[in-house]
Design a protein around this ligand. Sequence first.
Ligand code: EPU
Length: 424
Amino acid sequence: MADVEALEITGGARLVGQVRLTGAKNSVLKLMAAALLAEGRTVLTEVPEILDVEIMAELLRRLGCEVEHDRQRSIVAIDVPATPAHRADYDLVRRMRASISVLGPLLARCGEADIALPGGDNIGSRGLDMHVAGLERMGAAVRVEHGFLHAQADRLTGATIWLDFPSVGATETLLMAAVTARGRTVIDNAAREPEIIDICQLLVQMGAVIEGIGSSMLTIDGVDTLSAVRHETVPDRIVAGTWAVAAAMTRGEITITNARPEHLEIALDKLATAGADIEVHAGEFTVRMDDRPRAIDIVTLPYPGFPTDLQPQFIALNAIAEGASLVTENLFEARFRFVHELARLGADVQTEGHHALVRGRDSLSGAPVEATDIRAGAGLVLAGLVAEGVTTVYEVHHIDRGYAGFVDALTALGAQVERVTASE
Ligand code: EPU
């Protein structure tokens, strides 16, 4: 038996109060990687205190950067040397797949990059083929050897690239590679997530020339050098959405501040259909629910479609809703793994390929469960908040990767939750 950390939740509390968002995990990691593109000090604000930021900081240090994290002020300062190293080892890449985001910047800045291949993870295959094909189109020589992806190009050349699918990661890699390439790069069928817009805005501040920001066609005219700047990270729409579902499920009332509700339009509309009252103001919104939610169908798609990163949370909501719902997952096939854990709490979910049929139950009952990834962890915590009795969520490190100060925020809203050391 080994001691592990877990979250112990006693269900039944109505969550009421206010939470303030910090920056998005899926933006800040890429902003940190983008810092590599310029020598000197990049300062990022609204940086969330999450494990993935620490892993990215460690990766940047190994590449020769100095990284200071002021947790009190949520600021990270990155000092990038004139010649960074260009190798990302497996020990870090396997802990955080987003390490791959240094590929584009390193290739652009150093003329080469050696990145350990991330391999499989808990939410599906997650290939890199579009990253590689795009870089090759820009003139890079790419090969895989001994578990490493080696990319080399003295200077990349602009090219027109049609992505098969609006991949977030591939759009970011190609964007960061293109900003200092020779000539014009066009990325067609680019991802349009708010986090991509955030990176574009950082790059433009650094001196990059990018047209079509926020659209599915990005046109980038390469410049010779970029300079280090200060930038505020876009607020985390997935954390915001998680709190919104928490309010709806616990029949509570939560005001989410430092938010960009316009980044959550479909998700908030779904909650309104489920019966929640939603009030939107500039930079904040409130979700209130008095009755049992009604079941809602969900189809995940690239932005502005419904985010896959909120799918488990909405399955948790549907599990206690009135009626049945069909949830379709189009991004990550293995994201339904978590329904087996949810079933331990009594949820009635049947999956078939990328569809899940959820039949709402009157109540769930607390049990030990295991988080299989960050969002599965969030979904299980939400289910635990409404389940009768005690739910213990194991593998809490997954949740730590994406939710800053989660237990404190839950407690402040009235939840009964504790971080415990449990035997496994
Ligand atoms: N894909 C390929 N080939 C590629 C690139 C992607 O087949 O070259 C496939 C993937 O296998 C996957 C799909 O395309 O099935 C979507 O991948 P995408 O590149 O869009 O996603 P990602 O960059 O790997 C980011 C977020 C995910 C989020 C997705 C979709 C980060 C660090 N990760 O992943 O966030 O779910 O976009 O919005 O930004 C999370 O935070 O929990 C999380 C998993």
